[in-house]
Design a binder for this molecule. Structure first.
Ligand SMILES: C[S@@+](CC[C@H](N)C(=O)[O-])C[C@H]1O[C@@H](n2cnc3c(N)ncnc32)[C@H](O)[C@@H]1O
Length: 214
């Protein structure tokens, strides 16, 4: 969902950084070959992730939900020269596609793919992070937060995607089978209340929250 008019949306994209050629290529191939291509961050949100990562200048990044690698490559742009990015996805069919694009980028050797359920993988990661991007299954956002908060360095940043869930977070009644909306409502409340982080929700695309470890 876009919260702005199409014209204004277009204007914003036109007056923001261009999309790097490699990411245009990755997007084309994702749309040709992979199911649910709309999951990819895309030009504008990708540039937002890139500039936020450059502002943080992280030594270590964790991404939960790689998909075809678009957002990982955007976050990697801000990584320190010897930095490392760990990215987790449960879908093994995406693994070779991700590796192909990571290796076409300057960051191939610094990007570590983890295949499996993030809930099981995160506790095994023996490192701390300056920047975390949460963009996997919405039902587990709260669990991800609880797993990563103790691995976040002081001043570290958590970015959480899709927190407005096409505006459905305003719904008071949702279908019984819709577990993601109540999960995101709870997650947004948790971020607001948790004294360990300061949080701002940005109305970018489907909602992007920035939480900073105090
Ligand atoms: C929205 S897509 C990620 C998009 C990507 N961050 C980007 O912007 O290009 C969500 C991804 O999370 C993965 N995923 C879902 N549940 C997961 C879990 N429990 N553990 C790890 N990955 C999971 C899916 O396979 C999917 O590729």
């Amino acid at each position: 969902m876009h919260f702005l008019s199409d014209d204004l949306d277009q204007y914003i994209v036109q007056h923001s950084e261009n999309e790097p050629e490699l990411l245009q290529q990755l997007t084309r191939e994702t749309y040709q070959k992979i199911l649910q291509p709309r999951m990819l961050s895309g030009h504008y949100q990708g540039r937002v992730l890139s500039i936020l990562s450059k502002l943080v200048s992280p030594k270590s990044i964790l991404e939960i939900g790689t998909y075809t690698g678009y957002s990982a490559l955007c976050l990697a742009e801000g990584m320190q020269p010897k930095g490392e990015l760990h990215t987790i996805d449960i879908n093994e069919e995406l693994y070779d596609f991700q590796r192909k694009y990571f290796d076409l980028s300057p960051y191939g050797k610094q990007i570590h793919q983890h295949l499996g359920n993030a809930l099981e993988i995160i506790p095994k990661l023996n490192t701390t992070f300056d920047l975390v991007f949460i963009d996997a299954d919405k039902d587990n956002y709260t669990k991800y937060f609880k797993l990563i908060i103790d691995k976040l360095n002081s001043g570290g940043i958590i970015l959480s995607d899709n927190v407005l869930w096409s505006g459905k977070v305003l719904d008071t009644k949702f279908k019984k089978e819709d577990t993601s909306t109540p999960a995101l409502i709870e997650y947004n409340k948790l971020l607001k209340k948790d004294p360990r982080v300061e949080t701002v929700v940005l109305p970018i695309r489907d909602g992007l929250t920035i939480s900073r470890m105090i």
